[in-house]
Design a protein around this ligand. Structure first.
Ligand code: MN
Length: 256
């Protein structure tokens, strides 16, 4: 398959390198990824600045295109300009740190996959559940096998898979759980500091507290040493509330 590979941690990271190595064994992979880290930029796109692109070599060979933009920019630009023909799959990752619960909304990794799905290309986002001394190999091996399954089964229109892999050796992983997005979230704290010119500034330094959910959520599966796969789409509609909302008496705004 022809695969577009991107991420949000930046083109020079080990996560995208590991994924590129594994996927290239079976597929024609083009890398287009942010030049610098774009974690937590969500689905932002760049409108007021140019999108500068430069080829990047790693280990003495062409690796891909560094884009001075967001993950969603990378996907749009690659599909419209950098690739000769449309990819059959977009893969985003491997992200350093899990993308589960509410954090999925902020995730540049997941947004790159969602962008692929919006443009009509099936997509997978892959994250590993640690920020320290990550071994990307188990997640990269799993991604390669999952890509084969996606090739075999296909995905429904506008759907992508949000995959989170526990940070444990592959033989300790208990299996795969199909999950729903939970409500685990980052709880913000702002460190108040003073710069050398006596101006006050703040640095966000929140953390994710121990989650209090159980059942079939993404965070729950990860905490139980399972790989979590959540099928996601961009439709934010709360269908269950539509009928009730229609019954409200909306006022007229025509001239009195
Ligand atoms: Mn990231």
């Amino acid at each position: 398959m022809k695969i577009l590979l991107t991420n949000d941690d930046g083109i020079y990271t080990k996560g995208i390198e590991a994924l590129g190595e594994h996927l290239s064994k079976d597929h024609d992979v083009l890398v287009a990824a942010p030049e610098t880290e774009q974690s937590a930029v969500g689905h932002a796109i760049t409108l007021t600045d140019p999108l500068r692109v430069k080829p990047v070599n790693r280990n003495g060979a062409f690796f891909g295109y560094a884009v001075k933009g967001t993950p969603a920019d990378c996907v749009k630009l690659a599909i419209n300009e950098l690739m000769e023909s449309e990819p059959e799959l977009v893969v985003s990752g491997i992200n350093l740190g899990a993308n589960v619960g509410i954090n999925v909304i902020y995730s540049g990794t997941v947004s790159a996959a969602t962008e692929g799905a919006i443009l009509g290309v099936p997509a997978i986002a892959v994250s590993v559940n640690t920020f320290k001394n990550p071994d990307f190999q188990p997640a990269a091996r799993f991604a390669r096998l999952l890509v084969r399954l996606v090739e075999q089964h296909g995905l429904p229109p506008h759907t992508s898979l949000n995959v989170n892999v526990p940070a444990i050796p592959g033989n300790k992983v208990r299996g795969v759980r199909i999950t729903r997005q939970g409500v685990t979230r980052f709880v913000e704290r702002f460190d108040r500091r003073v710069d050398p010119r006596d101006n006050v500034y703040y640095w966000q330094c929140g953390s994710t507290p121990p989650f209090e959910e159980d059942g079939d959520t993404d965070a729950c599966a990860l905490a139980s040493d399972y790989i979590s796969i959540t099928p996601i789409h961009h439709d934010l509609t709360n269908y269950g509330f539509m009928e009730s909302l229609r019954s409200w008496s909306f006022p007229s705004i025509s001239d009195e």
